[in-house]
Design a protein around this ligand. Sequence first.
Ligand code: ZN
Length: 575
Amino acid sequence: MSTQKSLSVWKQLKQQRITCDQALELLVNRQGMVNLQLLDAEVSIRFQRSFNDKGGVPPVVPLLLWRNCYYLGSPVVLSPELVQQLGDRLNTEVQIIPIAEKSYHYWNRLKDKSIARLNGTHAIHAFTGDAESEDITEIAELHLSQVDSQIERIRTLISSALRNRASDIHLAPSAEGLAVRFRIDGILRHVTTLPPDISRKVIVSLKVMSDMDIADSRRPQDGRISEKYVADQQEQGLDLRVSTLPCISGIKGEPSEKAVLRLLRQQNSFTTIAGLGFSPRTRAIYEGWLREPQGMIIFTGPTGSGKTSTLYTSLQAIATESVNIVTVEDPVEYVLPGITQTQVHEAAGMTFAAGLRAILRQDPDIIMVGEVRDNETAETAVRAALTGHLVLTTLHTNDAIGVIPRLKDIGPDPGLVSDALLGIVAQRLVRRVCPHCTEPYTPTAADLKLLGLRMEEANPQGWRKGRGCPQCFNSGYLGREAVIELLNVDDTVRHIIYEGTVTQLRRYLHESQFDSFQVGAIAKVTSGITTVEEVRRVLPHSAFYRKPTADVPSTVPNNSTAPSKLLNLVQHSAG
Ligand SMILES: [Zn+2]
């Protein structure tokens, strides 16, 4: 990719450095691709002036104007009448040069693009009128080739990330240059590599944009950029959380910096509870908890499991004028209307515990505590949940059952915990099968074994898999939703939390209708929402072993005490 714009072919022709035939050879290669960087703006402007406000221009790219003849590239065969009309309007001769359809789309896409505003809108296909899918690397490089400054370069990358539903942009220095990757549906994808001579400049510009100290490249830094962008013909808010990390660049081991930009869209980030991934049964139970006047709901899962989305979507669903919702978070990731959000600030003494105490003096109805990490926060949250408040919070555990021992470790009175707890939501995000390239898939014996299903239970005609297409970057998946494990705290569970063991809890759940990860995974795979590979990739290992397969009857009698098989399973899943 050249960073300097070359002299246009038209100017070279005017200076008689080349012939008209040579000019056309330079502009259009054998495959019919137009070298857009060599086109001349003036040729284009003069052409467009003749068609101002008149519309109905056939698909042509103005290539050259030479000796009163317009050389126009077109991907279609134009009728002699149409060529005549073009000549009449331009008041010149017209010569049509065949070009590739793809090349015309690229030109069309670039012609009215202004990088002054970030653009998250997909280009419209000139012939079909559909939103065009883009080859992420090709389009990013095409746009990048049109810009001159580092800030334009960064804005171009942000626009591309928005259009491709990316959640993060990674900029990593290497010997080849600055590697650019986007995280899309949880997976990192290489987009392009910026040349080594501008790598450092791009990082420095990014630090300027996010108010970081550019003189200091030895410490990690954090910053924010607030932007507006255009999507669906509307201006929308965008926050970028930027972080840098000093690292070794790969160029003779020189010190360098890696940057990661997290894109936080202010609108349309959250769906409704119905769109999160609950089954009809788990959703009914979950919405029942949200209607309770008091009690505690715990969300669990690793970073990136989507628990924040579920939490925020739920808060949005219950935020009405008649309730006071207050949160204490670290950090506040999204600003939610109708909700008072506070931010933890350890240095200023605003800890989770201090924030929670302050919130309780503010007459709240619903409280969201970002995370329970210490005894005081846990104790205060549990007491709040027992005294007329609905408390929502998160923990980091592998699955829903794992919350119980974790909570006991943190130390609030198990009696109070068991009284306060309404239920636990554990979740992971699975990618959905791409709707554009989905096709039927016949489950194999190994697939059925993994899910613990017999063929007659597996609804084999419902299974789907994506073949891979441009819309899904050939991955076969597009978008994500949660697989949810729901632990409903009924009287028996309450009793077990108070004076029982995890083994007893597992045994009880195994015998009752527990909405485990396995149950959730089976529902999504057998209805074609996602695939076996995907649930195996994201769900904890333990999710697939707990329940014996349906055709092997359980050897564990219901009344036996801690059978060794169950113990083994417990030990396995705890590891
Ligand atoms: Zn696809």
